[in-house]
Design a protein around this ligand. Structure first.
Ligand SMILES: Cc1cc2nc3c(=O)[nH]c(=O)nc-3n(C[C@H](O)[C@H](O)[C@H](O)COP(=O)(O)OP(=O)(O)OC[C@H]3O[C@@H](n4cnc5c(N)ncnc54)[C@H](O)[C@@H]3O)c2cc1C
Length: 296
């Protein structure tokens, strides 16, 4: 579906980067009288019986809420934020049995120059089928596909004049593979740089790097709270699609709603925003009914 939508309707770029969407949402929330708190890690959901009553933060602060929306990665949240044995359908064991997407090895680069390459570049493995096979078998391919984003050709706000930011995404196995990324990281980085220099117009990229950040599947899991580093969440096989994903009004706990790529309707940014619209609609409906009942 995604390639069709991209060819038919085009691809949008948010000037300043995707973080601008979050900034804009913060503005709307604040204009409506709400507050946004960041750098406040949630340790667990507080639950009484089957009802979510609020959250406990890492620093011990406890907050009560009428409704809680969990936007953390589904697998991570219900493995870490709820006591074991509280859930049945989505117990830790059942979550671990589901099928998950691949992960990504990321190179974020700040370059001394700007290449005249297109904004989006997808370079396919010569043997695409065996690359996909390796990913599902938990192996690193010698011949891999990768994506290079050269967004500065569209958006001049991303880097100082004459310089640029580029990111490289390589689909790799998620952390069910057991790959030791501390061991693999340096060598894999060299292989990725080599592939860029040989297979894209960025022939001298290794000499142009001013600043760089690597994110491995282990980093996704440990630093960004993504279950097993599966960056595209629960896989989209038929038994985990749409209605078969965790529902927006969480089936197992009351006063608890879900949004994000691991829930209904599915992974991918437009779909993720749809999940938040659905959850917001359900909460609005619930609140309206509740108010009407207390008036009656
Ligand atoms: C490199 C990369 C490229 C991608 N490219 C695309 C693309 O081009 N198009 C597309 O449609 N999709 C893409 N995706 C997939 C998907 O759209 C994104 O991963 C998206 O950010 C997922 O959104 P989310 O809201 O589900 O989760 P997240 O963006 O992970 O948001 C969850 C938030 O919850 C926070 N959190 C988690 N646990 C806690 C806790 N205990 N306490 C407090 N906060 C917590 C996290 O810090 C995070 O900020 C890409 C993903 C990756 C990784």
């Amino acid at each position: 579906m995604i390639p069709f939508v991209e060819h038919e309707f085009g691809i949008y770029h948010v000037m300043g980067g995707l973080n601008q969407l979050s900034q804009a949402m913060t503005k709307v929330v604040e204009e409506e009288g709400g507050t946004v708190r960041t750098n406040a890690k949630v340790k667990k959901l507080t639950i009484s019986g089957r009802k979510v009553t609020g959250i406990e933060l890492q620093d011990g602060e406890i907050r009560s809420f009428d409704q809680v929306v969990v936007n953390a990665d589904f697998g991570h949240a219900f493995t870490n934020l709820v006591e074991p044995r509280k859930l049945r359908k989505y117990s830790q064991e059942n979550i671990a049995k589901k099928r998950y997407s691949c992960s990504t090895f990321m190179l974020y680069l700040g370059l001394r120059k700007q290449y005249e390459a297109p904004h989006h570049n997808i370079i396919f493995a010569k043997d695409y089928r065996s690359n996909i096979g390796d990913i599902s078998l938990g192996r690193l391919s010698d011949d891999f596909s990768f994506y290079v984003q050269n967004a500065c050709v569209t958006d001049k706000t991303l880097a100082p004049r004459g310089k640029s930011t580029v990111y490289i995404l390589v689909p790799v196995p998620n952390n069910f593979s057991g790959i030791d990324w501390d061991k693999e990281k340096a060598d894999y980085r060299l292989r990725v740089i080599d592939a860029i220099e040989n297979r894209t117009p960025m022939r001298d990229i290794s000499k142009q790097i001013e600043i760089e950040k690597i994110v491995t599947p282990e980093d996704w899991e440990n630093n960004y709270c993504i279950y097993k580093g599966a960056t595209f969440n629960l896989a989209h096989n038929i038994r985990q699609m749409l209605y078969f994903r965790p529902h927006n009004k969480f089936e197992e706990l009351e006063n608890c709603y879900l949004v994000g790529g691991g829930t209904h309707p599915g992974s991918g940014l437009p779909t993720i925003y749809l999940s938040s619209m659905i959850s917001a609609g359900l909460i609005a409906k619930h609140t309206k009914m509740h108010k009407k009942r207390s008036k009656d």
